[in-house]
Ligand binder design. Sequence first.
Ligand code: DO4
Ligand code: MG
Length: 287
Amino acid sequence: MKLYNTARGVLLENNLDFFALDEAWDSLINRDNLEEYLLKKAGSAMRISAVAKAQLLEDGLVLPPIGNQEVWAAGVTYLKSRDARMEESQSSGAASLYDMVYDAARPELFFKAIASRVSGHGQTVYIRTDSTWNVPEPELALYINANGNIQGYTIGNDMSSRSIEGENALYLPQAKVYERSAALGPCLYVTSVPISSDTAIKMNIQRDGVKVYDDATRVSQIKRSFTELVDYLFAECDFPYGCYLMTGTCLVPSSDFTLREGDLVEISIDGIGTMVNTIGINPKHKR
Ligand code: DO4
Ligand code: MG
C-alpha cells in the first residue's frame, strides 16, 4: 500500500484503487500494524479515480511524505561509499575514519533534516554555492514509528558536498545539512513484510536531456541490518512522531562528476516508485 501526502490531504493507494483519507499525516502513520490499519480504513474511505490521483501528482500537489518526523541518515553502510570517502579525504588525512566506521560495531548515524528542509517528488533540491563538488545520494529510507518499529519505506536523496566533507571530516554537518539538502518521496510504501534484500535502487542523472549517469545496485550490498541501524538510532533518542532513517548510499558517480543547476535526478526503488528532482541553487545565495 502507498500513502501520498498531498496539498489536498492524504491519499491511499491499494491495488490500483485510490482513497482519500480524513486523518492528519502524523497521527495516521504513527502506529504499529499500520498496513492492517490502512486496509480497514480503505473499507470506509472515499474512493477517488485514477485520473484524479494522476492529476494530483502532475499538478505538483504531492508533498514529501513527512510531517513532524526528523530525518536521520546512516553513512558508510556500503563498500562503495567507504571507498569513495576514503578517496576524497586522502589529503585531509581522514581516510582511515571511514575504514574504521565501516568495520566498527557502532554505525555512523547523523541528523539530516527536519521537514522544512525536505523536498518531495517533482520539487527542487539545492547544491551549495560554497561547494565545488556536489552529488546526490540515492538511499532507501525507513519509516520507523515511535515504538521503534519499521512500518514502511520511501526513496531518499541525501544531497552531499564532497568537497566540504573531503576538506575535513568534521565539516560533515555542513556537507550534509542545508536548505533543500534532502528529498523524500514520492510516497510512503507501507508493508508489514520487510523489504526484500533483492530490491533494486536505480539512479540516473540527466543534463540538457542527455543521461550523464545511469547505474543501479541492490539493497543486498548493505553491510548492516536495518534493525541494527534502528536499534542504535533509538538507543538514547525518543521520536514521538516516529522518524525517517536514510540507510546509506551505494551509488556514487565517478570522481570527476559534480551536479549542475538544471540537472534532473531520477531515483527508483522497486516497490516504491520513482522520485524526480531538479537541481537548483538557493536564490538567496545566487551570485
Ligand atoms: O560519512 C559520511 C556520510 C556517508 C553517507 O552519507 C553515506 O554513506 O551515504
Ligand atoms: Mg548518504
